[in-house]
Design a protein around this ligand. Structure first.
Ligand SMILES: Cc1ncc(COP(=O)(O)O)c(C=O)c1O
Length: 397
């Protein structure tokens, strides 16, 4: 028998990955993925950028680069992040191969086998898998409509020993819950973690995809609040605002954490793809990003609103959800104890896929929720697919 390392012997293919293979079958309507709409990628701009590169820039694009990122991208990205109020100069910025790599690097930097880590329930499956890969123990804090249940967080902080290595959270347009953290909840998290030696990993990949400008001020990141007495490790990504095919993310972390992260990244892949970095730099530097985000925000809003309308029209009354105000996801709450895998099986028979609730449960058990994304389906497909999902729910509930 093949003798795998104990750290990987417990790794299993996640339901979300298995579903991805179904999602590519012809004619199936997929509300499963968390990917941008294919037809929304700025292909003409990308062509234009590539063709505008000098021979020297093209050579640079094909070469290895510095581990922390190409200087030009570090400069243009710093400007982009500073405009969002992030304290770039007081921290160190590193380009990563997708933000998932940043999360992995931080997990490797902090977790010894068996270490407790604070995570939301539900939580982003990619981060859970990364933490699992380093044998973390999950200490779960339930999510409410405005963020973590602060009372529960307080209890977990009082009762978990040894104390958690970090807190991981997704502040804006949560995956899968779709919610935005309120300012009050973020303020309370800061109060609880101040001087506790428990860093925060703040994973913010969706905040540019808001439907309503008026939400922007309340989406301020804890990193931007720059609280004293807490190490905040903020990570972001080009995946949802340009294209995941570039495999480019970033992390902004305090200097002493950065030093370890840089060494870890060096040993993983030496550097992130230079060709992607050259393109992303021009995309920011020439400010193609502003118009592009305006266009994509409009389209995702259209899809999100079509999703809300269809769900309100077709779902049985026993199903409820928070209306998304941005991002990619709606998170449906089914009657307590419902097994959403049964609904999924029915839905697949009818030609529609989504993701079951337990996929996002750190304990892999609670299944009376389901995630339905509206990012990679146009309005017409949403209008066609949601009645089918509603029918599958009715057959099970
Ligand atoms: C909350 C969250 N964080 C991180 C990622 C990973 O993004 P990337 O493509 O930058 O690795 C995703 C992707 O779905 C996500 O939803």
């Amino acid at each position: 028998m093949t003798r795998f390392a104990s750290s990987v012997s417990n790794l299993r293919s996640s339901e979300i990955r298995d579903l991805m293979s179904l999602a590519t079958a012809p004619n199936i309507i997929s509300f499963a993925g968390g990917m941008p709409g294919n037809e929304l990628f700025p292909l003409e701009t990308l062509d234009k950028i590539y063709h505008s590169l000098t021979e020297k820039e093209k050579q640079l694009a094909m070469q290895y680069g510095p581990t922390n990122g190409l200087p030009a991208l570090l400069e243009s990205l710093s400007e982009y992040l500073e405009a969002k109020g992030l304290p770039v100069k007081k921290n160190r910025l590193m380009i990563t191969t997708g933000s998932l790599q940043g999360i992995h690097i931080l997990a490797k930097a902090f977790i010894d086998p068996g270490d407790p880590v604070l995570v939301e329930t539900p939580s982003f499956i990619g981060a859970l898998s990364a933490f699992r890969a380093y044998d973390a123990q999950f200490v779960t804090v339930p999510l409410k409509g405005d963020g973590m249940d602060i009372q529960k967080l307080k209890e977990k902080l009082e009762t978990t020993r040894p104390k958690p290595k970090f807190l991981y959270y997704v502040p804006n347009f949560h995956n899968p819950a779709g919610i935005i953290y309120s300012e009050e909840v973020k303020r309370q998290i800061i109060e609880l973690l101040k001087d506790q030696d428990i860093p925060i990993i703040e994973d913010d990949v969706y905040s540019d995809l808001y439907f309503y400008e008026e939400d922007v001020p309340k989406m301020q990141l804890i990193k931007a609040m720059d609280p004293e007495g807490i190490d905040v490790c903020y990570s972001g990504s080009f995946s949802k605002i340009l294209g995941p095919g570039l495999r480019l993310g970033w992390m902004l972390v305090p200097e002493h954490i950065y030093k370890k992260c840089e060494l870890i990244k060096q040993s993983i892949d030496a550097c992130s793809p230079s060709i992607s970095q050259v393109i992303a730099d021009k995309f920011l530097r020439e400010d193609y990003i502003s118009d592009y985000l305006t266009t994509t925000r409009k389209e995702y809003k259209k899809r999100g609103l079509a999703m809300i309308e269809a769900l309100e029209k077709y779902l049985p009354e026993c199903v409820s959800f928070e209306k998304p105000r941005g991002g990619f996801y709606t998170w449906l709450k089914l009657p307590e104890g419902t097994d959403s895998t049964l609904i999924l099986k029915k839905a697949i028979e009818k030609g529609v896929v989504f993701v079951t609730g337990k996929t996002f449960d750190p304990d892999g058990v609670k299944n009376d929720y389901m995630r339905v994304s509206f990012c990679n389906t146009d309005v017409e497909t949403i209008q066609k697919g949601i009645p089918i999902i509603a029918e599958a729910i009715r057959e099970v509930c």
